[in-house]
Design a binder for this molecule. Structure first.
Ligand SMILES: [Zn+2]
Length: 93
């Protein structure tokens, strides 16, 4: 069990890191399995909202920044204030 960085609850951690490398280990250590599932759904909305094109090497970095803003809302954000997405409302229209 972990105290999740996103929902703040004592919940089950991911069994395995969801992405490779140090980022995956950090997520497995700090984010509960249900919140990761929420991000997996949100990720698609973010890609659509920002029209990310993964032929562009900057797109992955942009997506990672928004992932961190979503999963670790208490950390210093890696997303500029003007570029911050309202996760509650995207993809709802
Ligand atoms: Zn959580």
């Amino acid at each position: 069990m972990i105290v999740c960085a996103r929902c703040g609850r004592d919940r089950e951690a991911l069994a395995v890191p969801p992405v490779p490398g140090a980022a995956g280990e950090e997520i497995a250590r700090r984010v509960c399995a249900p919140c990761w599932e929420e991000w997996a759904a949100m990720e698609i909305k973010v890609i659509n909202e920002l029209r990310l094109n993964f032929m562009d090497p900057a797109a992955q970095a942009t997506l990672t920044s928004h992932m961190r803003a979503f999963l670790f809302p208490g950390d210093d954000s890696t997303v500029e204030p003007g570029e911050r997405l309202d996760f509650d409302s995207i993809g709802e229209q």
